[in-house]
Design a protein around this ligand. Structure first.
Ligand code: UT7
Length: 331
């Protein structure tokens, strides 16, 4: 009989080093005021030494410690990232070795800022079919490794972090991953991408000179669709489940721009006190933003058993989606 996938653990890891708006003012023609008012960001974290697998392993180890669980109990590791340690082997394999998850298999999943949503939905399938009992879904990105710090419109946005959840089966269908809506629109590809280094444009001196190994974003174009896409899909999942803003305890939005988050909350008729927010301290950490919110709000006691959550994101691809979750445990 199909079971229900429920989140039973959270953990996160952020590097110590901060890159503040004041630091950026010294590096380029920008101001703290511009960055704060246009994006809501004040500082981000930077991983100076190490790779995405270190961010992910740090997050999973935090989760295991809190759960008092051994890495050897993990069945499957799904890694959402656009900054894998390397093309291959998969970052999931590197993480499996780093944390000592001897029994686990795993794979990487690429959906940019929607990566955690896509990975959570995928992980839930493996649990609800009864195939696996302990599935780690981790979102981790070392965005500083693909950020051009001379591109002032974009470099101010991104930071590095990793965060993870544990999915397990439950017989109690009230809790867990209750519903989801996910979308792709490949027509959005030209507006947000990294075109260098892959099979289309293998690395050459020219691809490096043309900065094709950095994030390219037409911010204005992406903003216009993200602000509608994230609000629409968040509203849609509420309506589909006969919920109103009053029934939702938390919006857990991808942290790309505070103005996109505010528009989403407004569409859902949610008070800002019901919106998880940490963009001011971390910026956009791509696949890590949503689980990083979950882990922080759980750790400080604000995220509680029985609460209804709408997780939603919009990102490169374009990709976007929302997941309805009923939270199942207290601190
Ligand atoms: O997570 C995946 C999805 N990504 C997103 O959701 C990001 C979507 N886009 C955005 O968040 C915003 O478009 C940005 C934050 C990237 C840019 O904000 P904007 O309000 O769209 O600014 P803009 O690009 O229209 O630029 C407005 C002005 C320009 O000057 P002019 O042409 O009006 O004279 C820019 O040159 O601001 C200037 N500008 C800056 N000024 C100071 C651009 N970057 C900066 C900067 N500091 N860092």
């Amino acid at each position: 009989m199909p079971k229900h996938a429920v989140i039973t653990g959270v953990g996160h890891y952020v590097p110590e080093e901060k890159l503040t708006n004041a630091d950026l003012e010294k590096m380029m023609d920008t101001t703290d005021e511009w960055i704060r008012t246009r994006t809501g960001i004040i500082e981000r974290r930077i991983l100076r030494n190490g790779a995405t697998s270190d961010l992910a392993a740090g997050a999973i180890n935090d989760l295991l410690e809190k759960k008092k669980m051994s890495a050897e109990e993990i069945d499957l590791i799904i890694v959402a990232t656009v900054t894998p340690d390397m093309f291959f082997p998969a970052t999931a394999c590197v993480i499996q070795e780093k944390i000592g998850a001897k029994k686990a298999w795993g794979f990487d999943l690429s959906a940019a800022c929607s990566g955690f949503i896509f990975a959570l939905v995928t992980g839930a399938q493996f649990v609800s079919t009864g195939a696996y009992r302990k599935v780690i879904v981790v979102g981790a990105d070392k965005m500083s490794s693909i950020t051009d710090y001379t591109d002032r419109a974009n470099c101010i946005l991104f930071g590095d972090a990793g965060a993870a959840v544990l999915l397990e089966p439950t017989e109690d269908e009230k809790y867990g991953v209750l519903d989801y809506i996910v979308h792709c629109d490949g027509a959005g590809g030209p507006f947000l991408n990294m075109t260098g280094g892959g099979s289309l444009n293998p690395p050459t001196h020219e691809t490096v000179d043309r900065k094709m190994h950095y994030i390219y974003q037409d911010g204005k174009a992406v903003f216009k669709v993200a602000v509608v896409g994230m609000a629409d899909v968040s509203y849609e999942i509420m309506k589909k489940n006969n919920l109103t803003g009053k029934d939702v305890d938390w919006l857990v939005p991808h942290q790309a721009n505070k103005r996109i988050i505010d528009a989403t909350a407004k569409r859902m008729e949610l008070d800002s006190s019901k919106v998880m927010l940490n963009i001011d301290r971390y910026g956009n950490t791509t696949a890590a933003t949503i689980p990083l919110c979950l882990s922080e709000y759980f750790s400080n006691g604000q995220l509680k058993k029985g609460q209804n959550l709408v997780l939603s994101a919009f990102g490169a691809g374009y990709t976007w989606g929302a997941v309805l979750v009923k939270w199942a445990f207290d601190r």
